[in-house]
Design a protein around this ligand. Structure first.
Ligand SMILES: Nc1ncnc2c1ncn2[C@@H]1O[C@H](COP(=O)(O)OP(=O)(O)OP(=O)(O)O)[C@@H](O)[C@H]1O
Ligand SMILES: [Mg+2]
Length: 226
């Protein structure tokens, strides 16, 4: 699902956020990305989603060379990746329903179908009864779950999450992890950056540990993609 070969990311004048990262994530894997603040976790995730491009190296995601993507293909590429960040960016003046439905609307999905799909996905995160609320009427954890629902609306084969539990209390954080585990069991590949040691220890998944832009430990490394 993800192949990175000798990836470097340099920010001028002298920050080396990633240095010679080579790693492979298979379809259906669940991977935690750990490391101290500033280690390069978010940078790595931004390169996978092509929010940024590497200074050197090759990256393949879902069989596509992200650097060679034709700009017109980027929106289609991004639709295959569900992205969840710690800072939730819901649109303040739109309802929860509208915050999710607009993605389907852009894709030309008919309104009746939008209603059905948004309801289903909100049910998955336990917020179908809040469809008509505005974001500020929800708690932080509820807003985070809406952001997760929005990332999942297209049933993306790959879910990228950067500190998705950062704003949540312990119980809510476990709800999110249970949800990710469920999605993973249905086949979604999950890559999640986190500082939450307890979650990483309890979940027993592959751990890629980054220090100063380098992979220093990988509990499930393979030398070549299968
Ligand atoms: N846009 C940018 N411009 C310049 N430097 C950046 C930029 N983004 C990140 N960096 C630097 O790159 C390094 C890696 O940052 P990154 O955000 O990837 O770390 P992180 O592991 O996600 O940390 P945290 O756990 O705090 O989120 C840091 O030194 C950071 O200051
Ligand atoms: Mg980060």
């Amino acid at each position: 699902m993800i192949q990175m070969y000798h990836v470097f990311k340099h920010y001028p004048p002298n920050i080396h956020a990633l240095a010679d990262v080579t790693l492979f994530v298979e379809k259906g894997e669940f991977v935690f990305l750990t490391g101290h603040s500033g280690a390069g976790k978010s940078t790595l995730l931004r390169l996978i989603t092509r929010a940024e491009i590497p200074s050197a190296g090759q990256i393949l995601v879902a069989g596509r060379n992200v650097l060679a993507l034709n700009p017109s293909k980027i929106p289609f590429f991004r639709r295959q990746i569900g992205v969840v960040f710690q800072d939730i960016k819901l649109i303040a003046r739109k309802t929860i329903f509208e915050n999710i439905a607009f993605i389907l609307s852009v894709m030309g999905v008919p309104f009746q179908e939008q209603k059905k799909r948004v309801y289903q996905i909100l049910k998955l995160v336990g917020l179908h009864h809040r469809m008509n609320a505005l974001p500020h009427q929800l708690s932080g954890g509820e807003q985070q779950r809406v952001a997760i629902a929005r990332a999942l609306i297209n049933h993306p084969p790959l879910l990228i999450a950067d500190e998705p539990t950062g704003n949540l209390d312990e119980e809510m954080a476990w709800d999110v992890m249970t949800l990710f585990d469920k999605l993973n069991m249905k086949g979604t590949t999950v890559v999640m950056a986190t500082h939450n040691r307890q979650i990483v220890e309890m979940m027993k998944k592959r751990i890629i540990h980054i220090e100063k832009g380098r992979v220093v430990e990988d509990s499930g490394a393979r030398r070549e993609p299968a």
